[in-house]
Design a protein around this ligand. Structure first.
Ligand SMILES: [Zn+2]
Ligand SMILES: [Zn+2]
Length: 434
């Protein structure tokens, strides 16, 4: 049975279907503040508060097909409530291993531990029946879940070659991917694009600038000159926008001129031990989320998933940034040499140092007389304008008009202020101020 999965737009819980015609209810295991479910198609949400259907872990990684279990579930009073459990279950890394191994006892024991039920408890026996029914008619295969909200895992610039290589392997693996990534041609193209991708790591300061500028980006198309390379992978120092975009890759089709942009979110934060190792080997550090196809002259609406990437490109193009090569470790260089591949190049992108600091940090705006010194720096001002460029200045490109960092040099930059922008010196300079 194929039906659209629904989730609650208030709490992002996936909703269970009850009765015919169907009504939607929060999962019994889900504690809410008592609000009514607001069903929307789950695909509209970037993040879904899904739990492992086997043990309740809040970070499921795989969805698995199994027997269609439509009865079940005991509420706290022990009375039964019929509920549709569907034939697709979410599984965390350890539970997926147990399912693959057909280890029903291990699966039930794990659920018992997580739920605080002992062997022999009536509830646990019910769970065992459920799990057995699910395992009984299970086809092979698993699909990556890309909507789970993980704590962010920071990636270093030198990690980018292995992050990229793991992606290529994931796209070429037999594991299924959701939504538009299910298309084999798309997967092939993404893998090929990544293999020749230039790698960019955006430093924390430039990341906050790009995020701020992305929030103000008007509707715009993509010019072939906008990206710094025909294909690339950009990883931001921290996730940008409430979509939790940690990275994006792109490639431009030589024939059609259209651009394909894949956005990624960080996965695996908070895991450790064998589960973490398994996730890194099977999936990697990032999971693909939104895929955006942009035909030439197609206009993108503001606030879309590609906005942070577009803003970052444009800021690089207008030379607000400088890209410096990153020294890679020996192990990475040797691994590439063994595979007879040229050594990977990673660029660290940071805000260009200005020789003359016209608006020295702390000297402008709100740090006037009588105020307490600022405890943070923040980007202030800035707006996009159409700037003429090219032969005879015939072309127009969006350019971010500089603003400045406000606050003392030695203070951290506020990561999520609504007003932030461009044009400062780089990271805190240890030299004493004059
Ligand atoms: Zn809800
Ligand atoms: Zn689990």
């Amino acid at each position: 049975m194929n039906r659209t999965e629904m989730a609650c737009s208030t709490c992002h819980a996936p909703l269970n279907m009850l009765g015919d015609p169907p009504s939607y209810i929060h999962p019994l295991s889900f504690t809410t503040d008592g609000h009514e479910p607001v069903p929307v198609p789950a695909e509209q949400l970037d993040t879904i508060a899904r739990r492992c259907d086997f043990c309740g872990d809040p970070h499921p990684v795989w969805s698995l097909h199994g027997g269609n279990v439509t009865v079940v579930a005991l509420d706290d009073s022990g009375s039964g409530l019929a509920q549709d459990y569907g034939e697709v279950w979410a599984a965390c890394v350890p539970c997926e291993s147990l399912v693959s191994a057909g280890d029903l006892d291990g699966l039930v024991a794990r659920a018992g531990t997580a739920l605080g039920w002992r062997k022999g408890d009536e509830a646990l026996q019910q769970i065992a029946k459920l799990h057995a029914a699910f395992l009984a008619s299970r086809p092979a295969g698993r699909t990556l879940i890309t909507t789970t909200s993980w704590p962010h895992t920071p990636l270093a610039a030198r990690d980018l070659p292995k992050v990229r290589d793991r992606f290529v392997r994931l796209y070429r693996s037999s594991d299924q991917l959701p939504g538009p990534y299910a298309n084999p041609q798309v997967r092939d193209d993404l893998a090929a694009g990544l293999e020749s991708a230039r790698l960019y790591w955006i430093d924390p300061e430039f990341t906050t600038l790009a995020e701020h500028a992305a929030g103000q980006l008007p509707d715009t198309g993509i010019d072939p000159d906008d990206p710094p390379a025909p294909s690339g992978l950009i990883v931001w120092a921290q996730p940008v926008t409430n979509r939790q975009v940690a990275a994006a890759s792109w490639s431009i089709d030589n024939h059609t001129g259209s651009c394909r942009i894949a956005c990624y979110r960080s996965i695996g934060g908070g895991l450790d031990g064998p589960a973490l190792q398994q996730l890194r080997e099977q999936v990697g550090w990032l999971a693909p989320t939104r895929l955006v196809e942009v035909a030439p002259r197609k206009v993108l609406a503001p606030g879309g998933p590609a906005a942070p990437l577009l803003a970052t490109w444009l800021l690089i193009a207008q030379k607000a940034a400088e890209a410096v090569p990153v020294e890679l470790d020996k192990a990475t260089r040797r691994a590439y040499a063994r595979q007879q591949r040229p050594a990977p190049e990673v660029h660290l992108v940071r805000i260009r140092t200005r020789a003359d600091s016209r608006a020295p940090a702390g000297a402008v705006g709100g740090s006037g007389r009588g105020r307490a010194p600022l405890q943070e720096r923040e980007w202030v001002g800035g707006h996009w304008k159409q700037q003429a460029y090219g032969p005879g200045r015939s072309q127009r490109r969006l350019t971010y008009v500089a603003a400045y960092l406000r606050g003392p040099d030695n203070k951290p930059i506020r990561a999520s202020s609504t007003v932030r922008v461009l044009g400062s010196n780089r990271p805190p300079d240890p030299r004493p101020k004059q």
